[in-house]
Design a protein around this ligand. Structure first.
Ligand code: CO
Length: 219
């Protein structure tokens, strides 16, 4: 019985999404009858977005951009892990084929992944993913340990997690090779506020590897 009720609710929800799609198509065509024909011709987005999978942080809506303008990769807590083939494939395609001008790591305050990582609780498989955030904490433990308010401490760790993931991007051979051949490419870190909708720039933008620790620098 319960399963049946649940199925009905779920199937309504599912149908609503398809209904929503119909509305999207109608409204888009009303504004521009060639909308989909033009989009289907190809993409040339100038930006790669690496964001959190959180449903409240959709790249296009919060930057007031349209389909075709942002190439998107999302995972839990907007991580750039140097052995993640998924992220590396997206980055390689974006930089070397699409020739994006900017790569932006966008975190958000109140990130569940960061909150989980700061705690001592186990959450299962994901603990292995969140371990990278614990490493970020370790790098900045001196400052973070001083922040008594846990929400404030989480927010600061969200910022440091973005900053370290910007550095992780810069350390990849993909980004450094683009810089090496003089391809214009900026790497940036942003944090989005769920409660105000405002994006803050972490001001760690990089356009070359001049300030990178020597051991990470490729010739
Ligand atoms: Co998040």
């Amino acid at each position: 019985m319960c399963a049946k009720i649940e199925e009905d609710t779920n199937s309504n929800l599912y149908k609503n999404l398809l209904e929503g799609n119909k509305q999207f198509v109608e409204e888009s065509l009303k504004i521009d009858p060639e909308y989909f024909t033009n989009l289907a011709k190809g993409q040339a987005p100038p930006v790669l977005w690496i964001g959190c999978a959180d449903s409240r942080v959709p790249a296009n809506q919060i930057t007031n951009t349209a389909p075709g303008e942002i190439f998107v990769h999302r995972n839990i807590a907007n991580m750039v892990i140097h052995s993640d083939m998924n992220m590396l494939s997206v980055l390689d395609y974006a930089v070397n084929v699409l020739k994006v001008k900017h790569v932006i790591v966008t975190g958000h305050y109140g990130c569940g992944g960061v909150t989980a990582a700061i705690s001592n609780q186990q959450f299962g498989l994901i603990d292995n993913w969140l371990r990278h955030i614990k490493d970020v904490y370790r790098l900045h433990a001196k400052e973070l340990d001083q922040i008594a308010d846990m929400d404030e401490r989480c927010d600061r760790l969200v910022e440091y997690n973005v900053i370290e993931n910007v550095y992780n991007l810069c350390k990849t051979s993909i980004v450094q090779n683009a810089w090496q051949i003089g391809q214009p490419l900026g790497v940036h870190g942003w944090v989005y506020s769920l409660s105000t909708g405002i994006i803050s720039d972490m001001k760690v933008s990089a356009y070359d590897n001049a300030n990178m620790e020597n051991v990470f620098r490729f010739k």
